[in-house]
Each structure stands twice: as C-alpha cells, then as structure tokens.
Design a protein around this ligand. Structure first.
Ligand SMILES: Nc1ncnc2c(CN3C[C@H](CCSCCOCCO)[C@@H](O)C3)c[nH]c12
Length: 229
C-alpha cells in the first residue's frame, strides 16, 4: 500500500495543500512538524522543510526513513529561466542539478562531486500520470531541467550562468537535494513547481507578489495528480 510524502519548502507552499484535508495529526520531530492525513484511503504525510538544500534533505530523508513513505511528491514555486515560462506557469522536473556545487578547481564539471552525478532524473511513471492529468484538465505544463542552489537568484548574471552551464529551464533551492535523497533511497519522486518570478533584478518583488498565487497553482495541480495515484 502506497504511503505518500508531499513536501514543500515554505509554509506558503503547503498551506494550499493542507486546505484539502481534514482530521490532520501533527507529529513534531527534528525541529519540524509532519502532518499525517488519510485521503481516499491513501496515507499521506505533508511537511514543509524550511528553505534550502540542507533542510530539504533532512525532511525528505525523514519522510522516507521515519514515516516510511514510499513515494515523494514536491510542490512549490520556482524562478523561471526558459522564456516560455511566464509567472504562474507549471514545470515538471525531468531532471535536476545543483548549480552551486563546485569543485571545478580539480577539473570536475559544475554540479559534480566524485560518487555523484550532475543530473538526477525524476520518476517517469509519475511524470506520465501528471501529463495525463494536465491533458485531461487542459493545463499548460512543460517538462524541463530544474537547477537547485542555496541562494535566492536575483541577477541576470547568475541566471545566465545557470542557463548556460546546465541548460536549466527553472531554478529553486530544494529540488535537487530531494532528488539525491530519493534516488539514493530508491523512492519514486516527482518535483512540480509554478513560476513566481524570473530570477532577475525584479525577482524579490515578483516573488513577494506571486508566491501565494503560484503556490496555489502548483498545489491545485498536485492534488489532481494525487487523486490519480
Ligand atoms: N529566484 C529564485 N531563486 C531561488 N529560488 C527561488 C524560488 C523557489 N523557492 C522559494 C524560496 C525563496 C527563498 S527566499 C524567500 C523569502 O523569504 C521571506 C521570509 O523572510 C526558496 O524555498 C526557494 C522561487 N524563486 C526563486
């Protein structure tokens, strides 16, 4: 029987998800709160990690190792790189990388360390369900590369480096660490983001203005996907 982990990074990213559930049991663990619900017979654990790769890794590993989740879905917002992606648009990650992981001094490519890989691929069967749901609901969604790093990107210089180096379509601060954890623990996973800004000099203002509405776009789509699992 599937036990589903649904994760975000910020409270604003899981708020629109929690709104769909009743009878929520809260478990406090490792300086965080884990919300347990049952939805149409499916056991689900929901949590926001707090911002950044370290917190996201801790939460993803906890949901799998402590709560025994066997599938992990991430919902949240992202900075857009691909000019096709407008604010509010949805992107499903097909693969993810860490744009700030850098031992190029030793001749390695950006995003690579020994024993790791630059790109981690998400689970195709989950992406296929998501695309089916998007088609059935006439939702515009793209599949693309998401780059993760421990910084809020708000300059075209950094955005261009990430685009040039990784051919990334969007960027954020947690997805690739969730990917490494799920890949290592052999847990199917899915990363969904809605664009809140364009990671340029206006990113901070746009983020503040569109976080809530874009987080809802992502959450509403994710709930439709959960109903198909
Ligand atoms: N341009 C951008 N660069 C990097 N990431 C993103 C993302 C995706 N999420 C949003 C959030 C931004 C962290 S700062 C939030 C402000 O805190 C306000 C509380 O003081 C972090 O969890 C990553 C959207 N636009 C981005």
């Amino acid at each position: 029987m599937t036990k589903l982990a649904i994760m975000g990074a910020m409270e604003e990213e899981i708020e629109p998800l929690l709104a769909h559930f009743e009878n929520v049991n809260i478990v406090e663990f490792a300086n965080n709160k884990y919300y347990e619900v049952n939805y149409n017979g499916l056991d689900i654990v929901i949590a926001y990690s707090k911002i950044g790769k370290v917190f996201a890794s801790l939460t993803a590993a906890t949901m799998i190792e402590k709560f025994a989740c066997d599938t992990l879905l991430f919902s949240g917002v992202a900075g857009g790189i691909n000019p096709e992606l407008k604010i509010g648009d949805l992107i499903i990650a097909d693969k993810l990388c860490q744009h700030d992981l850098d031992i190029t001094a030793f001749g390695h490519p950006n995003g690579y360390v020994p024993g790791g890989k630059v790109f981690v691929e998400t689970t195709k069967s989950l992406r296929d369900v998501a695309i089916k749901v998007a088609n059935e609901n006439n939702l515009k969604v793209i599949e693309g590369t998401i780059a993760t790093g421990d910084q809020f990107v708000h300059s075209t210089e950094r955005k261009d480096f990430i685009q040039t180096t990784f051919k990334a379509d969007a960027l954020e601060m947690e997805g690739a660490s969730v990917a490494v954890v799920c890949d290592a623990l052999n847990v199917p996973f899915f990363i969904l983001r809605a664009i809140s800004d364009s990671a340029d000099m206006d990113a901070g203002f746009d983020f503040d203005e569109f976080l809530k509405s874009s987080a809802k776009n992502s959450a509403d789509y994710l709930i439709k996907i959960v109903k198909e699992l």
